[in-house]
Design a protein around this ligand. Sequence first.
Ligand SMILES: [Zn+2]
Length: 250
Amino acid sequence: MDKLIKKAAQDLALAKNVVALTGAGISVESGIPPFRGKGGLWEKIDPMEYAHINSFMKDPVTVWNVLLKDMKEIIDKAVPNKAHKGLARLEELKKLTTIITQNVDGLHQLAGNSDVIEFHGNFVWQRCMKCNSRCKTSEVDLSCIPPKCTCGGIYRPDCVFFGEMIDPDHLVRSRQAASACDIMLVIGTSVIVEPAAYMPVIAKENGAKIIEINPEKTPLTNSISDYIVMGTAGHTLQNIVNQLEILIES
Ligand SMILES: [Zn+2]
């Protein structure tokens, strides 16, 4: 048994209010490729050309064809992996209170977590740009591109495009959660994108322990993080939660 997995389980056993900050790395094992970094989607297509709100307003057909159609296909069939399930179990065990995520795939809610702050909104819902009514992305009819609401308005995903603001309400709630937790788990993210990058700092300043679960070191490692458990999110989290359950039972 990895010493750090044991240590993380011991720390979680003592914790009362755990907050998780998650990024693309937690959903890779669900078949969702990351946007940033090596092999990421933004290496293949230019986000400023296809994921900017101005591009969508100007030419929704192209943005749907180049980006959104593929995203729908990938996210429609994605299911929670061992890491999402581990976090859901941590909530059942009355440890985890809130998840702050940079992901738009809705997999944390699907796994069973109840308080999920989605910084970038989500791709699970589409919103009509004319009447504002919503429709599940999985139920949107793509036989006509761009897909349209019964009122004739164009559907757009409920997530944040480049050039759009993050919901200020999400920021306020994230800051509150970060400042109130006693452990922050940073999972599958190198946290270089603001405002997510501030959350571990806020947690640390308020006395929380920061535990990273990442396959490799990040800018947080050896600075903000207390320690890093290196590995893939699913395997590592499953081991930590198993170990925690043994500690709780004994
Ligand atoms: Zn409509």
